[in-house]
Design a protein around this ligand. Sequence first.
Ligand code: FAD
Length: 489
Amino acid sequence: MPKNAIVIGAGIAGLAAAIRLKAKGYDVTVFEANDYAGGKLHSETSNGFRFDMGPSLFTMPWLVDDLFKLHQKNPKDYFTYHRKQTVCNYFWEDGTSFSAPADSEQFITDAVSCFGETADDIQTYLDGNRQKYGLTKSLFLEKSLHRASTYWSKDTVKAISKIGGMGISKSLDQWNSQHFRNPKMVQLFNRYATYNGSSPYRTPGIMSMIPHLEMDLGTYFPKGGMHRISQSLYQLAQDLDVTFHFNEAVEEIVVENKRIAGIRTHRDYYPTQVAVSNMDIVPTYRRLLPNEKHPEKTLQQERSSSALIFYWGINHTFDHLDLHNILFSEDYQQEFDHIFNKKTLYKDPTVYINITSKEETSDAPPKMENWFVMVNAPGNHGQSWEELQASAREHILQKIHRTLGVDLKPMIVTELVLDPVGIEERTHSHLGALYGAASNTKFSAFLRHPNFSRKLKGLYFCGGSVHPGGGIPLCLLSAKIATDFIPES
Ligand code: FAD
């Protein structure tokens, strides 16, 4: 008879953990507080427009494919995607614009002509990013940092011996400024700090490996939109007979003699000896394990940035925009100072515009577009979000007018809004952080919570708030690392 295992939360990592536990022979039950699977990977429609509510950028799609292959299924029967030829369109207020090609040779040619950098300098920078990624991925992304065995491998010793030359003691901004003269080029590469919700003025230079993910490994668009990622995994889990309990939040993890005995919800008590929490690590301890000793140092780490997003249905089309577009702030440093230090929004924000109807025409009515308009925001520290939303809306519209020369306000025919409070309420993300803890120090990677409990036998963790971090690919890897610790049923 198979043993049972419980997963708390049906976010992308919880779904992946359930699928992996099934492959280990467990009878798996997932408890989800919401009435849908996917967590932050969720979609809504309004007046004929479809919006992906959370992630918009998809990298490393093979990590999704792996879950289908694990069960001898053809991923294409569930989920398809294509590689984007343009990574992102960048705009500055002085009229400069740059459309970043996915092909790195073309990127160099175009960047030389737009920013006046030399081809050699750009090539050296990109080669360095590739090397950093190659050296560190197995240590930081694919293994637990919390088991001695990780440090015995040849790869790890090599990575650690080279870490000093990877910009670990400089900020990403210092690292990029050392490589490029043109402040716009520096800004373009600084923006990758936001991929883990950090500040380029504080996150270490080793983070320059992130552009490698986009520029060499590629950016992708899933057919049907980002939401298809979570929905296809939900479908797979259903086909594998994983049981889902929606609208049933876990209220307590029951512990007996330092091992997991079961979980309690408002409906019932469910015994189990194996539980994987996909819930943010802070509320997992504070709410579900109030009587256990908490790893305070980990729980009190600075959180990543959050976001304020306007989902606008626009009754117009814009040929010079693509799937991913960025309108840069004139003072990036001030913007991050406002987000991380002043805990407020800057009057001249960097505006990210994602338009999935460029790829999927059915996402908007004919001759219209669905704009996901996001600014980075501080976490929810009790600010007056109603006021911040109202002023940010004006600042964003002014920014679009100054940069693209468009008066967008009269073109908005439908609007939804999500702020850090909404993100926190919908997914229990502590302070509404997008990516768990921030990576604003050189030790951040080592301070993330492990994928298992050191104190409670049978308790494991996956998702954006634990090792190796937030974002879809890392969440999928967290589910693998966590379930690799769990013996076969
Ligand atoms: P979540 O998606 O937060 O899921 C956790 C689940 O647990 C939720 O469904 C929640 O309801 C449930 N839960 C919580 N408590 C309980 C309980 N007590 N009982 C039962 N269930 C519970 N990543 C990218 O890769 N690319 C991007 O472009 C990108 N952009 C983003 C933009 C936005 C606006 C946001 C919000 C996030 C973005 N991210 C992006 C980050 C990415 O969405 C997350 O890192 C990832 O989806 C987190 O997945 P998860 O499984 O850890 O958790």
